[in-house]
Design a binder for this molecule. Structure first.
Ligand SMILES: NC(=O)c1ccc[n+]([C@@H]2O[C@H](COP(=O)([O-])OP(=O)(O)OC[C@H]3O[C@@H](n4cnc5c(N)ncnc54)[C@H](OP(=O)(O)O)[C@@H]3O)[C@@H](O)[C@H]2O)c1
Length: 667
C-alpha cells in the first residue's frame, strides 16, 4: 500500500540533488531533512531543492531527527555501510545508493542490520523501478527471443582525470566495477533469471579482466559470466572510457536491444525496447510511456513496500543485492583487484566504526576448559572458510558482539591464510585477551613431535600472538608413543605458548594413554578432545584420518571422564538442511560420508521435532550436540551472517535425555 514517507538525505552531493528532485515529483515522498558533514552545505542544498526541509550539520543529527522516517544514503560507496547500518539502528528505513557497500561482507552487515531493526532496506538501482525494466523481464519470461543464450551489457563513461575524485580515488571506492559495472552485473543476473522464470540468477562462473590505473582502481574492465543453462553474459564498464551503455539479449528466436537501460525516461516520457524476431525483416519497437520521473519511481517503490521491508522484484530485494555484491567481488577477485582497505595488512574497520561490544541480551552460553582462564563460548567459530579480511572481519565482529569468543583454526587451513586473517583481525580489534584461539597443527604427514614444534611456532607468528589458548594435534600418529607427544606439548604449555592442549581425531584410547603417561610423569594432560560429533553418524571419514565420537561407547567414555569435547562438523556438514535430502545425490561427499538408512531416519526425526518446536532441523541437530550429558563445545562454520544467526538460535533449544535418545533412534 502506498504510504507517505518523510525522507532525510544523508550526504548532499551529486546524486542527492537528482534524488531530491525525484522526491519532489513522487506520489508519496516529502523531503523532511537534509544532512551534510557541513551545515553550510546542508543550508545551500536545502535552499536550492527543499527550502522547508530541516538542515543538519552532521549525519548523526540527521539520524536523530524524529521527523525523518526514511534515510537516503548518498555518500561515496565506502561510507554506505556505516551510515546504512547506523540509519537502521536509529530505526529509519533505508534506501542506500548502489553499490550498497564495497563488497559482499558490507552488504551482509547492512541486510542483517535492517532485519534486526525491522526496517525497510533497498539498494538504489533506480533502473529496476522503471516500467521499462519490468517490460524487459516480461518479454524474456514470455520467451520473446526464444531461449536466452547471450546477454551483453555495458555501462562506462569517461569521467576526466581527477585522481582525488570519488571515481578514481581508491579510498573513495573508485573504479568502474563498483560505480557502474554493478548495473551490468545486476542486469545480467536479472535477465538470466528472467530467462529461467526466476527473479534473478547467480553466475556459476565469473571471469574478469581489468585495467588498473595509476590510482590503483579499475579504469576499465570486462567480464564474462556463465549462468545456469549456459547463458553467457559479456559485460563491460569503466570510468575512463565512453561505452554504448546498452543492453542486448540474444536468444534462439531473436534478440532484444535496450538502448537506454540505465536511466530511462529520467523525467518521464517515452523510452523503447527493440525486439528483432528471427526471420522478420523489420524490428519491432516497443514503446514504454511513463509520466513519472525515474527517481520518483524509486522513492515510491520504497514507500509502497515499506511494510514488507523490502521491494518486490524487479526492484532490488535483499537476496538480489547480496548476490550482486558477491558477483562484483568475484569479478574483482578474478583479476586480483582489491582496495587497499581490503588487503590482509589493512586495518579493516568495524562497520559502525565503533569498538566492539557484546550485545545485550545475548543467548551465548559458556563452558570451561582446564587451563584456559577465560570462559569459552559453547559455539566455536571455525575459520577455515575465512580467507579475506573484510569478510572475516564482518563475520568475527558479529560473532564477538553476539557473545562468541572462541575461534577454531589450524596451521593447514588455507595454506596459512586463515591463521593470518584471524591474527590480523584480533590485532586490528585489540581483542587478544577476550578471545579463545583453538589452534591445531601436526597434521599428517607432519605428525611428529618435531614438526609439531615447527608448526606451532609458525602458527603463532601468523596469528600475531605468543600463545594459543588451546592447542590440538590435528591428527594422531599411532607410530609415535602418545607420551612423546605429551612431552613436547607439555613443554610448550609450561613455556607459555599454550594454556591447554588436546588431540583432534585422536581415538579415545590414545587420549587415555596420553593422559596416563602425563599422570605418571606429573605433566599437564590432554584437557580436551576434538573429534567429529553430531546427530548423524559419519559413515566414512570426511577427510583421511578423521575420527568420530558419536557412538554410544565414546559417549559413555566422555560422560565418565567429563573430558570436554570440541565437536567438529557438529551439524554434519549440511546433512540436516535440504542438502541432505536422500534423493539428492549431487554432493559426493555428502553421499559418501552421511547417506545411510540410520542417518535418514535421524534426519526425519530432527525434521519432525523441528516442525513441532517451530525451529529448523539443523538447529535441532546442533542442540543435540550442545545438550549432551557431558561438556561439549560445537564447532560451526558459518559462511554468512545469516548462517551465524540461525546457528545461535540452537542455543535456545533444550533437549531432555529422552529427546536425545529419540533423535538418535535409541527410543
Ligand atoms: N543511482 C544513480 O543514478 C547514481 C548516480 C550517481 C551516483 N550514484 C551513487 O551515489 C553515491 C554518491 O555519488 P555522487 O556522485 O553523488 O558523489 P558526490 O557528488 O561526490 O557526493 C557524495 C557526497 O557524500 C558525502 N561524503 C561523505 N564522506 C565523503 C568523503 N569522504 N568524500 C567525499 N564525499 C563524502 C558528501 O556530502 P556532504 O559533504 O554533504 O556530507 C558528498 O557530497 C555513490 O555511491 C554512487 O555510486 C548513484
Amino acid at each position: 500500500m502506498a504510504k507517505t514517507l518523510s525522507w532525510g538525505i544523508l550526504g548532499c552531493g551529486g546524486i542527492a540533488r537528482t534524488f531530491a528532485r525525484g522526491v519532489a515529483h513522487s506520489r508519496t515522498g516529502r523531503l523532511a531533512a537534509v544532512g551534510s558533514r557541513a551545515r553550510e552545505k546542508a543550508d545551500k542544498f536545502a535552499d536550492e531543492f527543499c527550502p522547508d526541509a530541516r538542515r543538519h550539520g552532521s549525519y548523526e543529527a540527521l539520524l536523530a531527527d524524529a521527523g525523518v522516517e526514511a534515510v537516503y544514503v548518498a555518500t561515496p560507496h565506502p561510507m554506505h555501510a556505516e551510515w546504512a547500518v547506523k540509519a537502521a539502528e536509529a530505526g529509519k528505513h533505508v534506501l542506500c545508493e548502489k553499490p550498497i557497500g564495497i563488497n559482499h561482507a558490507e552488504a551482509m552487515a547492512i541486510v542483517e542490520a535492517a532485519l534486526a531493526r525491522d526496517v525497510f532496506l533497498m539498494e538504489a538501482f533506480m533502473y529496476r523501478c522503471s516500467p521499462q525494466t519490468r517490460k524487459l523481464v516480461d518479454l524474456l519470461k514470455a520467451g520473446a527471443v526464444g531461449e536466452v543464450r547471450v546477454i551483453r551489457a555495458s555501462f562506462g563513461f569517461h569521467a576526466g582525470c581527477n585522481p582525488e575524485g570519488r571515481l578514481l580515488a581508491g579510498a573513495l571506492g573508485g573504479g568502474g566495477i563498483l560505480d557502474v559495472g554493478c548495473y551490468c552485473t545486476s542486469m545480467a543476473r536479472l535477465a538470466a533469471g528472467a530467462a529461467a522464470g526466476k527473479d534473478f540468477a547467480e553466475p556459476l562462473e565469473v571471469k574478469g579482466v581489468g585495467r588498473l590505473g595509476a590510482t590503483g582502481v579499475d579504469e576499465w574492465a570486462a567480464a564474462v559470466l556463465r549462468f545456469p543453462g549456459d547463458i553467457i553474459a559479456c559485460i563491460s564498464t569503466g570510468v575512463q572510457v565512453q561505452q554504448d551503455n546498452a543492453v542486448q539479449v540474444f536468444g534462439s528466436e531473436g534478440s532484444i536491444l535496450v538502448p537506454w537501460p540505465w536511466t530511462p525516461a529520467r523525467e518521464g516520457g517515452q523510452t523503447k525496447i527493440i525486439l528483432q524476431k528471427k526471420g522478420r525483416p523489420q524490428a519491432e519497437e516497443i514503446l514504454i510511456e511513463t509520466q513519472e520521473w525515474l527517481y520518483a519511481l524509486e522513492a515510491d517503490t520504497a514507500a509502497d513496500n515499506i511494510e514488507r521491508r523490502q521491494a518486490l522484484p524487479p526492484a532490488m530485494t535483499w537476496d538480489d543485492t547480496l548476490g550482486n555484491m558477491k558477483t562484483l567481488d568475484r569479478w574483482r577477485e578474478s583479476f586480483g583487484f582489491q582496495y587497499e582497505s581490503e588487503k590482509l595488512d589493512a586495518r579493516w574497520p568495524t562497520v559502525t566504526r565503533r569498538p566492539l561490544a557484546v550485545r545485550k541480551p545475548g543467548n551465548m552460553r559458556y563452558g570451561r576448559i582446564t587451563g584456559v582462564e577465560k570462559e569459552v563460548s559453547r559455539l566455536v567459530m571455525g575459520v577455515d572458510n575465512q580467507h579475506a579480511l573484510p569478510h572475516a572481519s564482518v563475520m568475527f565482529d558479529d560473532w564477538l558482539e553476539r557473545g562468541g569468543n572462541a575461534f577454531d583454526t589450524a596451521w593447514i587451513y588455507g595454506g596459512g591464510r586463515c591463521e593470518q586473517v584471524l591474527g590480523r583481525w584480533v590485532e586490528n580489534r585489540g581483542v587478544r585477551k577476550d578471545v579463545v584461539i583453538l589452534g591445531k597443527g601436526a597434521h599428517t604427514p607432519f605428525c611428529t613431535p618435531k614438526d609439531l614444534t615447527a608448526q606451532l611456532l609458525e602458527s603463532l607468528g601468523r596469528l600475531r600472538t605468543d600463545y594459543v589458548d588451546i592447542y590440538m594435534m590435528h591428527r594422531d600418529n599411532p607410530e609415535v608413543p602418545a607420551g612423546e607427544f605429551v612431552d613436547v606439548l607439555a613443554g610448550h604449555l609450561l613455556a607459555g605458548r599454550m594454556r591447554a592442549f588436546g588431540g583432534s581425531n585422536w581415538s579415545l584410547a590414545r587420549v587415555e594413554a596420553a593422559n596416563d603417561y602425563a599422570r605418571r610423569k606429573g605433566l599437564p594432560a590432554f584437557a580436551a578432545v576434538s573429534n567429529n560429533f553430531s546427530l548423524a553418524e559419519m559413515i566414512d571419514p570426511v577427510w583421511p584420518g578423521c575420527i568420530a565420537s558419536s557412538d554410544p561407547a565414546s559417549r559413555a567414555w566422555l560422560a565418565k571422564t567429563r573430558m570436554p569435547l570440541m565437536a567438529w562438523s557438529s551439524q554434519a556438514r549440511g546433512f540436516f538442511t535440504e542438502r541432505g535430502d536422500p534423493a539428492d545425490k549431487s554432493d559426493r561427499e555428502m553421499v559418501r560420508c552421511w547417506h545411510s538408512a540410520g542417518n535418514f531416519r535421524r534426519r526425519e526425526r530432527a525434521i519432525e521435532m523441528a516442525r513441532r518446536r517451530g525451529v529448523l532441523p539443523i538447529q535441532v541437530a546442533l542442540a543435540y550436540v550442545l545438550c549432551q550429558p557431558f561438556p561439549t563445545f560445537a564447532l560451526v562454520g558459518p559462511r554468512t551472517l545469516a548462517e551465524t544467526r540461525t546457528s545461535l538460535a540452537a542455543l535456545d533449544i533444550e533437549l531432555a535425555p529422552e529427546d536425545l535418545a529419540w533423535l538418535n533412534l535409541e527410543r
